[in-house]
Design a binder for this molecule. Structure first.
Ligand SMILES: [Zn+2]
Length: 469
């Protein structure tokens, strides 16, 4: 028999235990709570007020924002006060040379310093995942080190170098390329990169059909995501698509595929410069990359039947396209910043007179119409920069996609979920959903109300850690 005092103590003890158990299951402590955020669902384009709970770098819970969140439930609280919260942005086309130049050191200290530069170029702008478009094989140790997950850096998806066949012309092989001389070497290269932990691969247009098909098929067998820059009709776009290529780099290459090459003896940077007498007078090659691609679209004009046919083909084969239009927009004064021309002549367009510049802009907007048509037809677009100042360029690419007629909520889907799908990471990133990594951007002013608000101050959260305030 218990005395009444002992019984009382026992009762109290049980009550205390019950209370403790209740507290632990109702008052879960999260690492971070973002209270009253206007959370964008990039799949529906709708935003709703929610509290977002983050634990161990992941989104642990979401709840309607009708009740206040207790201060005690989070180690850290961000009061969003109705600001727009989106998934972190995904740039699917980057080269280390764009922020670091060439001839890098590969010692451990340098690798770390370069990685800090990489983070500074991207994270403050909201880009939390970056896929390479090909880098020198000399940097493989650096690429591997950058792939180590960390809240302090954007996720990095290396591809190694871009594959090319044995060159048939005397041009040197670019530093970011690697030659595969036959299908066996192409397969061996895909295997080697796969063993290094590279989940994506890059097939460059100088890769001819036997090596292209061998590399593509091997990549698919291994579950490696292949991206192709298909150009100059070395391999016709239709062939690449029918062989199973699912991601196309650069929207302008669809224009190259559509133009009648019999009419133009060869499709390259020189072919259209005839339309720019002043360009010829000033040594025809200057700026020819930019001028010729814009002129290509002037030549095609809007609604060219071949372009519409190719858009149908891309749709039918579920091929995604990464437009990369910022790089043209910035050259022709169409966006909020311009990268100074590099010494390379191809990048130099300063000498163009206004009339020529206007003609380039016309070509740009014709290209833009085709990109909009791709989007409306249901072709998946991805965000890719392929240019200097890549974080700034990513925001510019979004503004430009909107400028050509794509609604802002769709632009956000392109910049987040679509990229995540293209690089094979849609299970873990690309939406604000329970279980996904807490890679998030909180915009102080909503880009849904005014697109230029993309440039407004923002809080960027990588793996649950706020990068900047
Ligand atoms: Zn590139």
């Amino acid at each position: 028999m218990l005395t009444s005092e002992e019984a009382m103590i026992k009762k109290l003890l049980i009550l205390t235990l019950v209370a403790a158990a209740l507290t632990s299951c109702t008052n879960q402590v999260y690492d971070l709570v973002i209270a009253e955020a206007n959370v964008l669902d990039v799949q529906t384009g709708q935003a709703a007020l929610q509290h977002v709970y983050v634990k161990d770098g992941k989104i642990a819970a979401l709840s309607a924002a009708d009740k206040r969140v207790s201060e005690k439930s989070a180690l850290r609280m961000v009061e969003a006060k109705g600001q727009l919260l989106t998934p972190g942005l995904v740039d699917v086309h980057f080269h280390t040379s764009e922020i670091l130049g060439e001839e890098l050191s590969t010692d451990a200290d340098s690798i770390l310093r370069y990685r800090q530069k990489f983070a500074a170029a991207y994270l403050p702008y909201g880009v939390t995942t970056v896929r390479s478009g090909g880098d020198s094989e000399a940097y493989i140790p650096m690429l591997q080190a950058w792939q180590e997950p960390s809240p302090a850096y954007p996720d990095f998806i290396a591809v190694g170098a871009a594959l090319v066949s044995t060159p048939r012309d005397p041009r040197p092989v670019y530093s970011g390329h690697v030659v595969v001389n036959n299908p066996e070497e192409a397969i061996a290269k895909i295997d080697q990169y796969h063993q290094l932990g590279f989940t994506n691969t890059k097939l460059y247009w100088r890769l001819r059909e036997p090596e292209f098909k061998a590399a593509l098929n091997r990549a698919k067998e291994l579950g490696v995501q292949p991206f192709g820059h298909i150009d100059y009709k070395v391999l016709p776009l239709e062939e690449a698509v029918k062989a199973g290529l699912k991601n196309i780099e650069h929207a302008y290459t669809v224009g190259i595929a559509a133009i009648d090459s019999a009419k133009y003896e060869y499709i390259n940077a020189w072919a259209f410069v005839d339309h720019y007498p002043k360009a010829i007078k000033n040594n025809a090659v200057d700026g020819s990359f930019f001028i010729s691609r814009m002129e290509l679209f002037n030549q095609l004009g809007p609604n060219h039947p071949r372009m519409l046919e190719l858009i149908e083909l891309l749709k039918a084969h579920e091929v995604s396209v990464t437009p990369t239009i910022h790089l043209f927009a910035q050259r022709f004064g169409l966006t909020y910043f311009t990268t100074p021309a590099k010494l390379a002549a191809y990048d130099y367009t300063e000498y163009l007179v206004e009339e020529e510049r206007i003609r380039c802009r016309q070509g740009y907007f014709i290209m833009g119409q085709y990109i909009k048509q791709m989007h409306e037809a249901g072709v998946q677009l991805n965000l890719g920069t392929d240019w200097d100042d890549p974080g700034k360029a990513a925001l510019s690419e979004m503004l430009e996609l909107h400028e050509i007629g794509i609604p802002m909520p769709d632009v956000f889907r392109i910049a987040t979920l679509n990229g995540a799908k293209a690089v094979g990471m849609a299970d873990t990133i690309g939406t604000v959903e329970v279980g996904k990594r807490a890679n998030l951007v909180l915009f102080s002013q909503s880009p849904l109300e005014k697109p230029e608000n993309l440039l407004a101050p923002k809080v960027v959260i990588k793996d649950g850690v706020a990068v900047n305030r």
